[in-house]
Design a protein around this ligand. Structure first.
Ligand code: 2RA
Length: 331
């Protein structure tokens, strides 16, 4: 096993995108210094902000990534690009934290929400997958409820901001007049569910290590720039009052109890906000929650940085053997 240096050389691939920009901002603010901005050939030579200085964007070519210059590498790019480039970074000796869905459900690759299942990261893991933003905020709230009373069933409706679609979504929203905004379901459709809905179920099950958890979601895109909201109906295995739920939620990592918070109020904050905790009168042991989170922070960049901090604190930099590329990752 390689040791992770205390001041690792860090690559941010996708540095010019919405999540990459926030990753750079968080790394600078948390005192990381040895950071390289990487992106496609199109962005090579551009300047990106890094604290009080600029970084010049380098091309994220297979050669650069495999050169051995990086200890830790954040990937915030599409699935196809991650599948192509992540193995090169691993070959070069980096431990990768990948935001795409390329590796999330692959066997042997931990899917980690910091504060929820950090223990899933093992000494030999060279890739750690960063979950879907919706699964991230949901599992932050479900973990303490599962621990306290057991989860019998979860149903939810999501209200997901345009920045969840990346730069494309941000540009689309900025191009329309407020009165033209509409709801959308803009994910791949399999004839029954949208991909976001099935991902939410599969990723939540993996993160919580509850492979049979009944979970049904309806996901909706809303004309909001940043911040995903969720209305969640939870049934617990044993009785759990709203007051008891509030107490365990208030004590959970990265969670904050705050009533009726809207996405505009949480944009730019680091915690997952849970409010409107109340009894569901239609179900035995039923609770209703309202969960809101900045999808670019704890829903993406911040969680990746928290995973990196765990790796650094544990001195982990993966195994000495290079990882074989994942041939057929589950999505
Ligand atoms: C979305 N969770 O909002 C997805 C991807 N970030 O579309």
């Amino acid at each position: 096993m390689l040791r992770m240096p205390e001041s690792p050389s860090i690559g941010v691939v996708g540095a010019t995108g919405a999540v990459g920009t926030v990753t750079l901002e968080l790394l600078a603010r948390r005192g990381f210094d040895n950071v390289h901005a990487l992106a496609s050939a199109r962005s090579k030579g551009k300047a990106v902000e890094f604290g009080t200085r600029d970084l010049v964007v380098e091309e994220a070519s297979p050669e650069t990534l495999a050169s051995g210059a990086l200890d830790l590498c954040f990937f915030s790019v599409g699935t196809t690009t991650s599948l192509e480039l992540v193995p090169h970074a691993v070959e070069g000796g980096a431990t990768v934290i990948d935001k795409s869905d390329a590796y999330r459900l692959a066997d042997g690759i931990p899917l980690v929400v910091a504060g929820v299942n950090d223990a899933a990261i093992g000494a030999d893991h060279r890739i750690v997958a960063n979950p879907n933003c919706s699964a991230m905020q949901l599992t932050c709230a479900l973990r303490p409820l599962e621990d306290a009373a057991g989860l019998a069933r979860v149903r939810l409706a999501t209200y997901q901001s345009m920045s969840g679609k990346g730069d494309e979504g941000i540009e689309m929203l900025r191009a329309i007049a407020p009165a033209e905004g509409d709801l959308a379901m803009d994910w791949d459709f399999d004839g029954e569910e949208f991909s976001e809905e099935s991902k939410l179920r599969a990723e939540t099950r993996k993160i919580l290590d509850l492979p049979d958890l009944p979970l049904s979601a309806t996901c909706v895109r809303v004309p909001v720039l940043v911040g995903h909201a969720q209305a969640v109906w939870v049934e617990t295995k044993t009785p759990h009052s709203p007051a008891e739920a509030r107490a365990v939620l208030a004590a959970a990592p990265h969670l904050e109890l705050s009533d009726a918070v809207m996405p505009g109020e949480v944009a730019g904050t680091d915690t997952v906000h849970v409010g409107r905790v109340r009894r569901d009168p239609t179900a035995e042991n039923g609770l209703v929650l309202w969960i809101v989170n900045d999808n670019l922070r704890k829903g993406a960049a911040l969680n990746a940085v928290q995973i990196a901090e765990t790796l650094i604190a544990r001195g982990l930099s993966g195994a000495s053997e290079p990882l074989a590329p994942v041939a057929d990752p589950l999505r």
